[in-house]
Design a protein. Structure first.
Length: 208
């Protein structure tokens, strides 16, 4: 793989130099991506300076957002913008990505999903409680075979499977902006699950 792309833990990252080759300026990286997803030593090449790695999926998602094109037309940041302005740009870019990024839900036969949900609930252990914070342990609830409990654990299993989309939240700073982005991502994930598995639609609406 080229110097601009590094695979770590089966995930692909882009270096700062790789971003520059893709047309990013340093100002655009700062304003639209924020902090790197990983910062450390390049495993492929020794360097005194630590390498900054950005998750490729997040980079590609931001590149599809209108904020990226607008920033590129402006030539990136001509000078260092105020931190508040940069944070607002990142917030808008992240929200645009969250609204547009396809949420791909793994599609399984109902029996297989139920089997995985039961196993997921049992592996969660007694201390996990219900997906919505109930006081009964997961192992007891799933073991009882209640239909309502099984629905909730199917939803919990699918949401866990979609956790990689949390990487799209990186770059948002500030409690209010982070909460807004997390809420939007939860809504999109639940809507995608409800579309893929209609019998979970009521549970998805209940969680929201």
């Amino acid at each position: 793989m080229s110097e601009e792309g590094i695979v770590t833990d089966r995930m692909t990252y882009v270096t700062l130099e790789g971003l520059r080759r893709r047309g990013w300026t340093d100002g655009m990286v700062r304003d639209l991506l924020g902090h790197p997803d990983v910062q450390g030593r390049n495993p492929r090449r020794w360097s005194v300076a630590p390498v900054r790695l950005y998750l490729l999926a997040r980079v590609e998602a931001v590149e599809r957002a209108p904020e990226f094109a607008a920033c590129a037309r402006a030539g990136g940041a001509a000078g260092r913008v105020a931190p508040r302005v940069a944070a607002e740009r990142r917030r808008r870019a992240v929200l645009a990505v969250l609204r547009a990024e396809p949420i791909r839900v793994p599609v399984l036969p109902r029996a297989e999903l139920e089997r995985r949900a039961v196993r997921y609930g049992r592996e969660a252990g007694d201390g996990a409680g219900s997906p919505d914070g109930g006081g009964v342990g997961a192992q007891d609830r799933v073991g009882q075979g209640g239909a309502g409990d099984l629905v909730w654990w199917q939803l919990a299993y699918l949401r866990q499977a979609l956790r990689p989309y949390d990487a799209l939240l990186d770059g948002v700073s500030g409690a209010a902006g982070r909460a807004e982005a997390e809420r939007l991502l939860r809504q999109r994930v639940d809507a995608a699950i409800a579309q893929a598995y209609p019998w979970l639609a009521d549970a998805c609406r209940g969680r929201r």
